[in-house]
Design a protein around this ligand. Structure first.
Ligand code: SAM
Length: 312
């Protein structure tokens, strides 16, 4: 009976981490590539699983060893680090793939947050998959998702754009392409460009609600909410732009639909489905408030104008 070869640590360093002055041993890892999310500011936003993986991996690939070393020092981690970033990826990626092919467990982290999200790692993941390496992730902090959740804007559909082009003409052209996407939009931006980007967004997307989420999870965390022109004026007028920020913009307003249009859509939907489903369909197709569509549907169902039995 064959048994899977157990993964042998490549050296005998302690595979543990420290937490609140206590030392913990980490369980061994199977071979493969693990994408590990790290905090976006507050070091306590690391998961226990991330600590175990970072402690047990044979190698941790990171963007900037100085940045990751701070996290390592904080948690008493001593796993070897290798820098993997846009400027050395072509030479370092094959080396990482060789280690993976040899059966190593390699963790990939970025400076902050979730690797691959406007951060390196996509090609490494592709090539690891192509080479038959097991690829998994230890999820955690993500500035895009945190900003979306605190923005107070619709979260049912969102489009992650990341960084807009730096050059004004290309940025405006891209914003024009995004204008019709029926979803909240999520952008990464840097402080020096924030006011200009908000002003371009106001010009290209119109009067939409938006939020700027700055320094998330950090001491000076701040979320400013308002319509795009208001926010553009605030930041042009001296509001604090230091640190890191995410912009979230509400979806476009759905065109005003007349009561007659809603009645017609409802009648059609009610002739083939339940009131509940008809309301859901018509409210999402028209953007009309669900409660209003529901009371209209009840009236139509009561008067029998839709010509079908009520199947609520
Ligand atoms: N992969 C990272 C993540 O999952 O959060 C994002 C990396 S991207 C190179 C860096 C951008 O993320 C920053 O310019 C900013 O837009 C956003 N960001 C990162 N940390 C943030 C924070 N604490 N508060 C607000 N935005 C942040």
């Amino acid at each position: 009976m064959g048994s899977k070869p157990s993964h042998k640590p490549e050296n005998d360093r302690a595979r543990g981490y420290s937490l609140g002055g206590h030392e913990f041993e980490a369980p061994p890892l199977p071979p493969g590539l693990i994408l590990v999310a790290t905090p976006i500011g507050n070091l306590r936003d690391i998961t226990l699983r991330a600590l175990q993986i970072l402690a047990s991996a044979d190698l941790v690939a990171c963007e900037d060893t100085r940045v990751t070393r701070r996290l390592f020092d904080h948690y008493g981690l001593s796993t070897p680090l290798i820098a993997y970033h846009d400027h050395n990826a072509e030479t370092v990626r094959p080396k990482i793939l060789v280690r993976l092919a040899d059966g190593a467990a390699v963790a990939l982290v970025s400076d902050a947050g979730t690797p691959l999200i406007s951060d390196p790692g996509y090609r490494l993941v592709r090539e690891a998959i192509a080479a038959g390496v097991a690829v998994t992730a230890a999820p955690g902090a993500s500035s895009a998702l945190m900003a979306l959740t605190v923005a107070g804007l619709p979260t049912d559909r969102f489009f992650f754009e990341g960084f807009l082009p730096v050059k004004a003409a290309a940025r405006r052209a891209r914003i024009a392409e995004l204008a019709r996407i029926p979803a909240s939009l999520v952008f990464f931006e840097s402080g020096p460009r924030l006011a200009e980007t908000l002003s371009d967004l106001a010009a290209g997307l119109g009067a939409r609600e938006a939020a700027v989420a700055r320094e998330l999870t950090k001491l000076h965390e701040e979320v400013r909410r308002g319509d795009l022109s208001f926010l553009a004026a605030e930041y042009a007028g001296g509001a604090e732009t230091r640190g890191e920020m995410v912009i979230v913009v509400a979806p476009p307003q759905t065109e005003q639909v007349s009561a007659a249009d809603i009645d017609a859509l409802l009648a059609r939907a009610l002739s083939r489905t339940s009131v509940k489903e008809a309301v859901s369909e018509v409210a999402s197709a028209t953007g009309a408030p669900r409660r209003a569509v529901y009371s209209r549907a009840l009236e139509l169902a009561k008067t029998g104008k839709h010509g079908a039995p009520d199947r609520t």
